[in-house]
Design a protein around this ligand. Sequence first.
Ligand SMILES: [Zn+2]
Length: 438
Amino acid sequence: MTMFIKHAYKLCIITLLMYVAIFTSAKSQSLSAKETQIQQYIEQHTDEAVQMLKRIVNINSGTLNIKGNRKVGAVLKKELDKLNFKTYWVTYGDEVERAGHLFAEMRGGKGKKIVLIGHLDTVFERDHPFQSFVQEGSKAYGPGVADMKGGDVSIIYVMKALDHIGVLQQMNLTIVFTGDEEKLGASPSIVRKELVEAGKWADIGLGFEGTYGMDTGTIARRSSSSWILTTTGIQGHSSQVFSETLGYGAIFESSRILDAFRTKLSEEEYLTFNPGVIVGGTSTQFDPVLARGNAFGKTNVVSQTVTAHGGIRAISSNQLESAMKSMRKIASNNLPGTTAKIEFKTSYPPMEPKRANYELLEKLETVNKALGYGSLTPLDPSRRGAADISFVAPHVNAALAGMGPDGHGSHSSEEWLDLSSFPKTSSRAAIFIYRLTR
Ligand SMILES: [Zn+2]
């Protein structure tokens, strides 16, 4: 071959490759015939889905209502059984006082392994006045309608749509509906063990709590931990405060520590911490479970004890660890005559904004565009609380949350779901899962 022919040949290959690339991306930016069928199925079944939502919202499933959580789970389980999922409950001893979790597995053997997450419980216990589903046009009000029974029903209809086009039975999926998302029944090492295992099995994790509009995606969520600060001082007459024998007292020491937390750490992006309650004096009592305490002290007595209970949220384990380290250091630098101790308890780890999560969001964006909903931008993580996806996120290659329909006013009596978003987010999720498993 002459140089010229070689060159022309190379060019030809490059052109061909470019053509293939353009063709492929153009193709994924519109819907295939199968994907159109998914969308049509979900649109045609949205009224039916809303009826299922109404049914499960009208079953009280406050976290402590074990029977109610099991009833909601039974409705979902029946649907999943019909789709040939292997379903089972994971339960704990009576001392945990929760319903446990509903698991559903599909082991078709093909494609990426995906874990999908919902929860059965709501913050509205039986004695709460907000109990029933009320529809006003495209708005549905009700306890847990957005957080997150709308997302639970969405998971069911995503599965039905995938079954409708004949691909569900080949997939590798685990669906987990937890029964104590709003209030863990015990330490995560006990009541999230099976969820963590599901995360270790999976390649991808998808949380079905509500989206924020059709133009954002959730690639990160902050952790949720609590801390208890206790300080002690030497009791004595206040005329001797600041002296070598009595020192500064427990209340000055706790004030110094809390103020140093604020001045040294409050500027850090995505880190927040908040003392929620404080008791101090000569003698105090505090119950962190009841979030209640009492104190006795006199103006002329140097204070002997303080307890402060607070929360802390961070975007990554590194940020949380470094914040805890700084807080411990501040607490160890005691004023004369005082001691301090700070203890941390982590309930929810962070879902970190991994690079792979951004890449997964780009794939979701392609589906969003193909459906005509435009671009997706990552949601500011400080806008979301902690959730079960965080237990899965560290163990999978990539994770996204906020896959469910768009809700508002969670945890309030004004909670409502935008029913018009249901077919949009459900079609999007189903087509996304379809593409991920091709
Ligand atoms: Zn919630």
